[in-house]
Design a protein around this ligand. Structure first.
Ligand code: ASP
Ligand code: MG
Length: 416
């Protein structure tokens, strides 16, 4: 099971997590947690601040938020070992924030994973306090990755060995295992992260290796919806989805599951349930090999905060294979994933998620060989299984910067 930060944003959320786990605790169970609330965003912000210039405040806000949650959770009787664990984590975090690393990416991975360490310690203590047999296994001990910081790749062979020797015996002994999502460690033992929102993927990796009966992602929605219910009142739930359709929806930005989650589960035909923690009795959306519900509803996927970059050659020569090779190398170097691309004779346009540091680094590189123009604050709208009515309703009169369509999928980059 995986629990995300939206549920664990306060003490009552953690209590609910505890109740759900207790309900399922008669079966062998591995629990993957992400950071509490918006901790990952707050840690990302710390990376952009300096001591004496806002860092102290940002750090102490995160610390205070965790301490408040723990105090509420344990009704001011916080177990001593948890208090000292949390103190220790925060002093390590403070040291790391004030250490120079060889790259922003390496420092990022050192810093942001603290969120998951903290939440997993808190959840483990809470479950133990409630009388459950539980053991925390540090994700760094079981998720072995390459050193591609911020977007690390899993070493499947070694990760399988580690999970088999370190996690399975604990589950077999009857304990519930709690571990962190989103993080791992490389061959030097240095922390790595698997990409934003990567906790779902961690659950899928573990599910694959242990050949789990199923993997459940607990969410604040009744299942996979055809649109974000916060933006569309008429959003509808899918009764089921095939792995293939789920990968497509996740890839285009349906935020309900991380795109990498599906493949490890499909490989072993392990069902993935997306289930509501508000209403655990509602039938979840099951993602399996069954494709009979794939066209149940058309989907509307909105990805905000997009950058559109238009790259042309300095002397208006054609954008040809050699230029494209150079352009793609720059995107790969700065770990930017492209959401949409299009080219004309002399220019190449791409959209991707906004990240100030990555964008500035990319521009530094590309400006040496190309003329680069860009727009920010755009929205990428993807329609799956669309028709004219849906197109007119959703995209209608918007100002379109880029558009692309196949028979099944239409994508438009629009203003606002
Ligand atoms: N806490 C991480 C993030 O917010 C990982 C996750 O939530 O899955 O990106
Ligand atoms: Mg999160």
């Amino acid at each position: 099971m995986k629990f995300g930060g939206a549920l664990m944003k306060d003490a009552s959320g953690i209590v609910r997590v505890g109740k759900i786990i207790e309900e399922f605790s008669c079966e062998p169970l591995v629990v993957v947690v992400s950071a509490l609330g918006k901790t990952t965003n707050a840690l990302e912000k710390c990376l952009l601040l300096k001591a004496g210039n806002g860092l102290e405040q940002a750090f102490s806000d995160i610390k205070l938020n965790h301490i408040n949650i723990i105090n509420n959770l344990f009704d001011d009787k916080v177990p001593d070992d948890l208090s000292s664990l949390i103190d220790n984590q925060f002093s390590q975090l403070w040291d790391a924030l004030n250490t120079e690393y060889c790259s922003y990416y390496k420092k990022y991975d050192r810093i942001v994973g603290f969120g998951e360490t903290l939440s997993s310690c808190i959840v483990t203590h809470w479950l133990g306090y409630k009388g459950l047999k539980v053991r925390r296994i540090d994700a760094a001990a079981i998720i072995y990755t390459d050193s591609n910081y911020t977007d690390a790749g899993i070493d499947w062979q070694y990760t399988s060995k580690l999970i088999q020797s370190r996690l399975i015996p604990v589950v077999d002994s009857g304990d519930i295992v709690v571990t962190q999502g989103f993080v791992g460690a490389d061959k030097t033992g240095f922390p790595t992260t698997l990409g934003r929102e990567g906790s779902d993927f961690t659950a899928a990796v573990i599910g694959n290796v242990i050949s789990a009966d199923d993997v459940t992602i607990w969410k604040n929605v009744p299942g996979i919806m055809n649109a974000d219910p916060n933006k569309f009142d008429d959003a509808k739930k899918f009764s089921g989805l095939s792995y293939h359709e789920a990968i497509e929806l996740a890839y285009y930005g349906a935020s309900v599951i991380h795109p990498k989650t599906i493949q490890p589960l499909k490989q072993k035909s392990i069902p993935l349930y997306v289930r509501s923690y508000n209403d655990p009795v509602i039938e979840p959306t099951a993602i399996t090999n069954d494709d009979s519900f794939d066209r149940q509803h058309p989907s509307i996927i909105i990805k905000e905060d997009q950058v559109l970059l238009s790259i042309s050659t300095l002397n208006l020569s054609f954008i040809a294979e050699e230029n494209l090779r150079q352009i793609f190398a720059a995107f790969s170097k700065h770990k930017i994933h492209l959401n949409m691309m299009q080219n004309s004779a002399v220019s190449f346009s791409v959209s991707f998620n906004y990240n100030l540091v990555k964008l500035e680094n990319l521009l530094d590189d590309l400006n040496k060989a190309f003329t680069v123009k860009y727009n920010t604050n755009l929205t990428l709208v993807t329609l799956r299984h669309y028709d004219d009515e849906l197109y007119n309703r959703i995209i209608g009169q918007s100002k379109i910067y880029l558009i692309q369509k196949s028979r099944v999928t239409l994508q438009a980059l629009i203003k606002g």
